[in-house]
Design a binder for this molecule. Structure first.
Ligand code: NOJ
Length: 750
């Protein structure tokens, strides 16, 4: 039985006591759930319509030079019980004040939820999610979420707006940085891992926070990669590609869902009954609550589906959306809409109940200050445990794209006895941009620069540093110094790419090469004839075709967070053997976009001999670097693919094995990937679909038999009549080091 210090009035207290009494005497009110329902129902009984609308209202806090600050009118709303939740209001000191206002200065004293975009860490910043996905390490990813929750909750946060599980196949869209990439299977597993990490097994544990899976739905399909743009896709594609990661995150227990900004089939998601009620509640049985994205209800007016804000509030409410983020429309219009009979009070009660349940499950009614312990905050932020993990995950996220030999030896790893290195580029001695997009509360002054990382890792090497150029414009005034440094050094390391604002929300780009005149600088450096290593540091796949043709070594380091510089240096000098694999295809040029590994075959698949096949006349169909691609300082060979039998029945499991050998000089890790192709379906099927993977460590020279099992579930899809099942027929199965390279065999489903 929970006892509350809050000032719930007579009836609630009576119910609380009754619940306690009954639970002790072994009566039916014996489960936590019944107790919670009794408590919440009694509380709802006490609430005015305005207070109920307040529980469905979420406002942001701002930060000024003097520190965090809540707008005066929000404070008034808070005190009047017309705003029950806040976001961007973190740090214990600040949150205590606000919680105190809610608990002590409102009529019912209902505690606030404190939300924040903890996307890849709170203070300690981990790699951007697209980078972390390249680790293909679900345990590591879950741990990132667990530690992020631990750190954020120590600063007063009990709700994160993560995981972002939008499948993204257009690298022009800046928000690809926030997700796991283009693949449904991997994206689903990663989404679920993050939910488990954030929420743990008990929400009332002060180290856990609510997860919010977003953006529901199909936000990643924004036309032409332009943020907030229209989405147009079939129900089949929605269900096959965009919905599964949401379902997986909900099956893992995600308690909240965020609507997306886009329209779907002509209706913005926040007013889309089919999505919010039909799919989410009726089909999937979701029992948490839905929050809109930032002012997404209001935005239905410019979308053009409602004439004014009041109609927008009505549409969202009746679609099944519980909470209004920042729009203030629920607070303003719910009372009127009820009075006019346009929305039902019983629905309002059901919505409020779902929100209060989360507050209850977090333990906030028992102790509103549960997440607000200054000592814990001090001990937790940037703790060693967090920093160690940040380094490990950063190293695992790095993807080696190219490593050619110069003088009969691969250029990487660099020797620590190299005499001098020219370190050039706007990301070489840069803290802020290491953190990447959505680094929320991350403190740039804690970030390790590449320059620092190299000094710490290879202290005998002389480093000749020059920034060379910036992230935009055509200024070449720094070129001469950079070229001078390059001329006077044995090796050149170019740290080029995007700053933290060139990817993420509202950062779509129509050209996705190295921004500004970085490529011009790279070309001049390359012309000097020195060995050059390019570090591509960005929040999205870049088009790197010229670099691929002309630069012997390329490492994709993304934006790796607080420990970026150290992680990259350890890879450069071979203290860590890279094993990251791309989870998003790197196109050759923007004209190929969308280009992703699991495309359809078409009726005129590519043929070099036949002009009238599906291809371009000016660029190849293949991407520059395919999904699943990533090199190692070692090499791995695949052989002896074997099936337990040549055919299976609907309820059987097929076993498949392959021999993987580390044929190189270094111990290393390899992500062994399993893809399946359904050769003939009642509707067309992709040329390949990832259905399994294992990340294994092999010593130099070691080989291992890697085994997978295939069930009918792996073969199922939305058939011609939209039923989800596996159809009998032949399948190709492919195991390899990427989606483009491996060994294959066939089997049949009877
Ligand atoms: C807008 C973004 O689309 C969403 O992902 C984020 O959670 C909210 N703003 C809140 O910051």
């Amino acid at each position: 039985m929970k006892t509350s210090k809050l000032k719930y009035s007579g009836y609630s207290i009576f119910i609380l006591l009754l619940a306690a009494l009954l639970s002790r005497s072994g009566n039916p009110v014996n489960s936590e759930k019944d107790e919670m329902a009794l408590f919440i129902d009694s509380l709802i009984n006490e609430m005015t319509i305005e207070e109920k609308a307040g529980q469905l209202t979420l406002y942001t806090s701002g930060w000024t030079v003097t520190g965090p600050q809540l707008r005066d009118d929000y404070v008034e709303e808070l005190k009047a019980g017309r705003a029950g939740n806040l976001f961007n209001a973190h740090t214990v000191d600040y949150a205590i004040k606000l919680q105190k206002t809610a608990v002590e200065e409102t009529r019912l004293g209902i505690p606030l939820l404190f939300g924040l975009d903890v996307i890849h860490g709170y203070k300690t910043t981990f790699p951007i999610p697209l980078a972390e996905a390249a680790s293909w390490d679900l345990e590591l990813i879950e741990k990132t979420a667990r530690l992020s929750a631990k750190e954020a909750s120590a600063a007063g946060i009990n709700w994160t707006y993560n995981p972002m599980v939008d499948i993204a196949r257009d690298p022009r869209w800046g928000r690809v940085a926030e997700g796991a990439g283009e693949d449904v299977y991997l994206g689903s597993l990663i989404g679920a891992a993050k939910v488990r990490g954030y929420q743990g097994s008990d929400l009332s544990d002060p180290n856990t926070i609510l997860a919010c899976v977003k953006h529901f739905a199909a936000y990643g399909a924004a036309q032409a990669g332009r943020d907030y743009h229209t989405v147009e896709l079939s129900d089949r594609v929605l269900r096959e590609t965009y919905l599964p990661p949401f379902k997986a995150a909900l099956d893992a227990g995600a308690t909240t869902v965020m609507t997306s900004f886009n329209e779907l089939d002509g209706l913005p998601a926040s007013g889309n009954h089919h999505l919010m009620t039909g799919i989410l509640r009726d089909e999937w049985g979701f029992d948490g609550f839905v929050v809109t994205d930032y002012t997404a209800i209001n935005e239905m007016v410019p979308h053009g589906v409602v004439a004014n804000n009041k109609e927008a509030a009505e549409l969202a409410f009746n679609a099944g959306v519980e909470m209004d983020m920042q729009g203030g429309l629920y607070a303003q219009y719910i009372p009127e809409l009820i009075k006019e009979g346009r929305i039902k009070e019983s629905t309002l009660d059901a919505y409020v109940k779902r929100v209060l349940e989360m507050k209850y499950r977090l333990g906030l009614f028992e102790d509103p200050y549960r997440y607000l312990n200054p000592k814990r905050e001090e001990q937790t932020l940037y703790s060693q445990e967090l920093m160690d993990h940040a380094l490990e995950v950063a190293k695992e996220s790095i993807v080696l794209l190219k490593n050619e030999s110069v003088n009969n030896r691969p250029i990487l790893p660099l020797s620590k006895s190299t005499k001098s290195i020219a370190l050039i580029g706007p990301l070489a001695d840069n803290q802020k941009d290491m953190l990447g997009t959505w680094h929320v509360a991350g403190d740039a002054s804690k970030a390790i620069t590449l320059l620092q990382g190299i000094k710490d890792t290879a202290s005998d090497v002389k480093i000749n540093y020059a920034r060379g150029t910036g992230f935009s414009g055509n200024d070449i005034s720094g070129f001469a110094e950079a070229l001078e440094m390059a001329k006077n050094s044995d090796v050149v390391v170019m740290a080029l790419g995007e700053n933290y604002q060139q990817s993420g929300e509202a950062a779509s780009r129509s050209e996705i090469g190295l921004p500004g005149n970085q490529l011009a600088l790279l070309k001049q450096v390359q012309a000097l004839g020195k060995p050059v290593v390019l570090l591509a540091m960005a929040g999205r796949p870049l088009t790197l075709e010229w670099s691929h043709e002309n630069i012997p070594a390329i490492v994709n380091t993304w934006h790796l967070g607080t420990m970026a510089g150290k992680a990259i240096a350890e890879v450069l000098f071979g203290d860590h053997n890279p094993s990251g694999k791309l989870t998003m295809t790197f196109p050759r040029n923007v004209g190929q976009v969308p280009v992703y590994y699991n495309m359809k075959n078409t009726g005129r698949p590519f043929s070099a001999e036949n002009k009238y096949t599906s291809k371009y006349i000016d660029v190849s169909n293949s991407p520059l670097y395919p999904f699943g691609y990533g090199l190692s300082y070692s090499t791995f060979s695949y052989s002896d693919i074997e099936l337990s039998k040549a055919s299976m029945t609907q309820n059987e499991t097929l076993t498949l094995s392959v021999n993987v050998k580390n044929t190189g000089q270094y111990d290393g890790k390899e992500v062994v990937q399993l893809y399946i192709r359904d050769l003939v379906g009642s509707v067309t099927r992709p040329v390949k679909e990832l259905k399994g993977f294992q990340k294994i460590a092999l010593k130099a020279g070691e080989s291992r038999k890697v085994t997978f099992s295939i069930t009918t579930q792996d073969l199922a899809f939305y058939t011609r009549d939209m039923s989800f099942k596996a159809e009998p027929g032949d399948f190709e199965v492919f195991i390899g080091t990427s989606s483009a390279e491996g060994v294959s065999t066939r089997f049949a489903l009877q």
